[in-house]
Design a protein around this ligand. Structure first.
Ligand code: SF4
Length: 421
């Protein structure tokens, strides 16, 4: 959206500054995200009472009726209207009539291609290749906000990444709502294209040196996939495999489509092919009905898989999902205790893994200079710091250099080392 405004001659200002038009791209994944979206739109209107306030995105998609009650909002757009945002805003400027455009995402079957609008964080470009989700996990609102799976054509992804590579960026992150489903919607056109086909095409692009995968579902990881993947030398050996619970009965209530046994097989298979692999994951604690025994099963399973890092979420009731109405909602204190135990386990694991790198040589793609250190990541996503001075920026930033790891900074859980001559 930012790129569309820039293309039409608008100037982008920081969100804390006075502007003529504010666009709030809302999130709906939790009730808290919705609350933050509401707070934000009130705050920006105070910066300039005469500004045009546009609210778009997932919260607008699923709860436009709530937003209609907020008089400060001038334009409400659903998730499918974002690629027309400038035109809609300019219509409003001419007519001064409130606008509300929300289309039915459940019938949308084409990926809306925004063109080359890469979001770059530091020296890494994030490429969206897919939208929507057909999985309907019982706690999740996303399928209602984003609709069914739609994949971006391989040619479009490749063309964008070729341009990114020419601009000097070396790492791309492949993301989507449910990346594991990439290509399944092309089946209806008689084409059998899957994520691995897309990755093979990206791997051939000159200039790109690392391909990082966003969150994947374990069901994608079978022998054929891993064999083909392991032949792509640019793939990063860091996999974020979404788990959510390490207990089969809870997974079933969540409507997740795998068992812990299948999950473990997926990680074992990846370990066979990638000796330095690091796994990260998401876990929800306090899902409705989660007993102490079920939680202990999760704890033991997490211990067994030996993740590098885990992102722990306390279950929160999401309006409009089946889990909201499930019996035996869990008390907040219990969720807190369970969350703390898993955070502790995650910290211990991260520390243990980081210690194992001391004295070893790693290759780091440096991203930035911060406070006397150049910072970057290894291929398996471990943060490494090397002391330096601002004048050395050209030597470091956006270059892959070999580093001898000397220290594990326990407070920040980052590694420190020196460049090998
Ligand atoms: S896989 Fe489940 S958690 Fe992920 S977006 Fe789809 S419904 Fe939500």
């Amino acid at each position: 959206m930012e790129q569309q405004f820039i293309n039409c001659g608008y100037k982008i200002v920081e969100n804390t500054k006075e502007a003529d038009i504010y666009v709030i791209n809302t999130c709906t994944v939790t009730n808290m995200a919705e609350r933050k979206s509401r707070q934000m739109l009130r705050r920006v209107k105070e910066l300039n009472k005469n500004s045009i306030l546009v609210v778009c995105g997932c919260y607008a998609q699923v709860a436009s009726k709530e937003l209609e009650k907020i008089p400060e909002i001038d334009i409400i757009l659903g998730t499918n209207e974002k690629n027309n945002i400038v035109k809609i805003v300019e219509e409003y400027i001419n007519n001064k009539e409130k606008v509300e455009r929300i289309s039915d995402v459940s019938t949308q079957c084409e990926f809306i291609d925004f063109g080359d609008v890469t979001y770059t964080e530091k020296n890494r470009a994030v490429i969206k290749v897919q939208d929507g989700c057909n999985m309907f996990c019982t706690y999740c609102i996303i399928p209602y906000a984003r609709g069914r799976i739609r994949s971006r054509k391989i040619e479009s992804v490749v063309s964008e990444i070729e341009k990114i590579a020419k601009s000097g960026i070396k790492e791309v992150v492949i993301t989507g709502i449910h990346v594991a489903s990439y290509g399944k919607d092309f089946d209806a056109e008689g084409k059998k294209i899957r994520l691995i086909d897309l990755l093979e095409a990206i791997n051939k692009i000159d200039g790109i040196e690392r391909i990082r995968l966003g969150s994947l579902e374990p069901t994608l990881i079978d022998k054929e996939f891993v064999e083909r993947l392991s032949k792509l030398e640019k793939i990063c050996d860091h996999f974020h495999l979404s788990l959510q619970s390490g207990c089969d009965s809870v997974l079933k209530r969540m409507n997740r489509k795998y068992t812990t046994k299948q999950y473990k097989q997926a990680t074992d298979l990846l370990r066979d092919y990638y000796p330095n692999v690091s796994f990260t994951t998401d876990v929800i604690v306090g899902f409705p009905g989660e007993t102490n025994e079920e939680f202990e099963e999760t704890y033991n399973f997490l211990n067994d898989v030996d993740f590098y890092r885990m992102h722990i979420f306390k279950y929160s009731q999401r309006k409009g999902t089946p889990a909201e109405k499930m019996p035996k909602q869990i008390d907040g204190n219990i969720k807190e205790q369970r969350s703390n135990r898993l955070i502790e386990l995650s910290n211990e694991n991260e520390n243990k893994h980081n210690n194992s790198y001391i004295g070893k040589t790693v290759n780091v793609l440096f991203e930035e200079f911060d406070n006397g250190f150049f910072k970057g990541h290894t291929k398996n996503y471990i943060m490494v710091n090397v002391p330096g001075t601002k004048e050395q920026e050209n030597l470091f930033v956006n270059n892959i250099l070999s580093v001898l790891v000397e220290e594990n900074r326990e407070d920040t859980r980052e590694l420190e080392g020196k460049i090998l001559k």
